[in-house]
Design a protein around this ligand. Structure first.
Ligand SMILES: Nc1ncnc2c1ncn2[C@@H]1O[C@H](COP(=O)(O)OP(=O)(O)OP(=O)(O)O)[C@@H](O)[C@H]1O
Length: 303
């Protein structure tokens, strides 16, 4: 028997998306494909256009040009049913300062056909102790956790998280990471995350896209990115006379093999340092100037 062929697995598809604010071009042709059940992190320097991109995909911002499909629809024409399949982490509590936390979660649940139970949401986001407190009395990090709880109240198929852990303490951050992993693994939720925390991106994301100079310059797993950025590994060792050496190479195993072949005995202090996501990120940002200016037409595209 042939296994059932899955329906279209592409949840987010963007082609040549452009955005200008007045005379200022921010997005110069963004291409993006995000598959069902994937956690995708969008990285890029301040002002690169991450929030603009996310708002276009959410249907909150009208793009200047290009094609976008999110859950099979153009976000500019998404109806209520489409909107109900999407989770947004907004700062919605601002309009509900006097509400109690559990009441607010129950209230937002009424907008969805199969909402999560407020008690479950409080547990998932570590807000159980705050259930009866007024929203206005929560700390900044607790409010952000409430934003996350509101983002998942409707059991979204696709969850947008724009810098979700800003202001989280380490325990809240850890709990949040476990929650995102659980949503993706157990419930097949697709997640688009923007963050400046590279460790967070590396931990959570199946794939990472780097938005620099108005385009996705590289896209893939952290090791794919290192290859695309040509970020090199560094081999370090100590010579017989005690001097320390380091050499950058794209093929560290070959260099180490050659060193052993030519050496009389063991090589002291031999160490191979693979490029980190931070190395790759900085390499990519520096390669594309300050990362916020317009990229010239015809400039190299990686993704
Ligand atoms: N409503 C707006 N009107 C005019 N310019 C805007 C508007 N919103 C954003 N911009 C500009 O567009 C550029 C991209 O902004 P955006 O917020 O998308 O970047 P970002 O990558 O999310 O940045 P950050 O990492 O700082 O959050 C910036 O130069 C910003 O000043």
């Amino acid at each position: 028997m042939t296994a059932a062929v899955p329906a279209d697995r592409t949840v987010v598809r963007a082609r040549d998306v452009r955005m200008s604010y007045g005379a200022v071009d921010v997005l110069h042709g963004v291409d993006l494909d995000i598959r069902r059940g994937e956690v995708f992190a969008l990285l890029g320097p301040n002002g690169a256009g991450k929030t603009t991109t996310v708002e276009i995909l959410e249907g909150f911002r009208k793009r200047s040009a290009g094609e976008v499909r999110v859950l099979g629809a153009d976000p500019e024409r998404g109806d209520d049913a489409w909107r109900g399949r999407i989770g947004l982490v907004l700062q919605s509590w601002r309009d509900h300062r006097r509400w109690r936390v559990a009441e607010l979660l129950a209230h937002f649940g009424t907008y969805y056909p199969d909402p999560r139970d407020p008690v479950e949401l409080l547990g998932l986001t570590g807000l159980t102790g705050q259930a009866d407190r007024r929203v206005e009395l929560l700390s900044g990090g607790q409010r952000r956790r409430l934003d996350v709880a509101l983002g998942i109240v409707g059991r979204p198929e696709l969850l947008f998280l724009d810098e979700p852990t800003t202001g989280f303490d380490p325990e809240a951050r850890h709990r949040f990471h476990a929650l995102v992993e659980r949503l993706a693994r157990d419930e097949g939720v697709t997640v688009l995350l923007t963050t400046h925390d590279l460790a967070e991106a590396e931990r959570l994301a199946d794939r990472i896209g780097m938005l620099v100079g108005g385009r996705i310059r590289a896209c893939g797993t952290p090791s794919d990115l290192a290859r695309q950025a040509a970020a090199q590994a560094e081999v370090r060792w100590t010579a017989d006379d005690g001097t320390h050496h380091r050499e950058r190479t794209a093929d560290p195993s070959r260099l180490v093999w050659e060193m052993h072949r030519d050496a009389d005995g063991p090589i002291a202090g031999l160490e191979v340092r693979r490029p980190t996501l931070e190395d790759t990120y900085l390499h990519m940002v520096h390669r594309h100037a300050d990362g916020t200016d317009g990229a010239a037409e015809g400039e190299e595209r990686i993704a």
